[in-house]
Design a protein. Structure first.
Length: 76
C-alpha cells in the first residue's frame, strides 16, 4: 500500500484552485499551509498500479508548479 507525502507548490495565485482540484482526487488528502502559498498532500493508494495512475493525474494539474516528495512508503 503506497503512502506518500508531498509539499505542493501551486502556480502564483492558484493555491485555492490547486487545493480544490487535489481534494477532489481519490486517494488524496490536502492541508493548506497557514502562512505560505503551499499545500501538503498525502496520498494512499492500494497498489502500485493505482499509485502510477494517481501520479499521472497529479502531473497533469496545470495549477501546480511543482511537487516535492517528502515521504514515501511503498509497503508490500
Amino acid at each position: 500500500m503506497p503512502i506518500c507525502s508531498y509539499i505542493v507548490y501551486p502556480r502564483s495565485g492558484k493555491k485555492n484552485i490547486a487545493e480544490n482540484q487535489l481534494s477532489k482526487l481519490q486517494h488524496c488528502e490536502v492541508v493548506a499551509a497557514q502562512n505560505r502559498e503551499l499545500l501538503i498532500l498525502t496520498t494512499e493508494t492500494f497498489n502500485k498500479k493505482q499509485e502510477k495512475e494517481l501520479q499521472e493525474k497529479l502531473c497533469n494539474l496545470e495549477c501546480v508548479e511543482n511537487f516535492a516528495l517528502s515521504f514515501a512508503h511503498w509497503g508490500e
